[in-house]
Design a protein around this ligand. Structure first.
Ligand code: MN
Length: 128
């Protein structure tokens, strides 16, 4: 069995590389994209074990991309986790209504991020 595969969609390069680094260290394989369109396209091509997606994205936002992913029967079972600075009470509800299964607030609490993802994934495989 390979490592669990996470598709990370984040347009901010600093956030993207920081999260990629931390999750690779935690034993996951990370695929990356930067737009909502790439989220949908890469989900179809790669069938990741989980999608971790920013909400404020160029071209197509994360809410729209989440709706498209959850509307595709081949992808609907993939856990979708939002990564966002939109933390007003209504934002969480809006993300859940768009199809997200969980929600991580920015600034990111890294132990909480890893704990949240692990609940949706098979065990991570550390390189040792
Ligand atoms: Mn963004």
């Amino acid at each position: 069995m390979g490592k669990p595969r996470i598709l990370l969609i984040e347009d901010n390069v600093d956030n993207r590389e920081m999260v990629r680094f931390v999750l690779e260290r935690a034993g996951y394989e990370i695929l990356v994209g930067q737009t909502g369109d790439q989220a949908v396209t890469l989900a179809r091509q790669e069938r990741p074990d989980l999608i971790l997606m920013d909400l404020s994205l160029p071209e197509k936002d994360g809410w729209t991309a989440a709706g498209e992913i959850k509307a595709d029967p081949a992808l609907a079972a993939i856990p979708l986790v939002a990564l966002t600075a939109h933390t007003l009470p209504g934002d969480r509800k809006r993300a859940m209504e768009a199809g997200f299964d969980a929600y991580i607030s920015k600034p990111i609490n890294l132990p909480r991020l890893i704990e949240t993802l692990a609940a949706f994934l098979p065990p991570a495989q550390s390189d040792g």
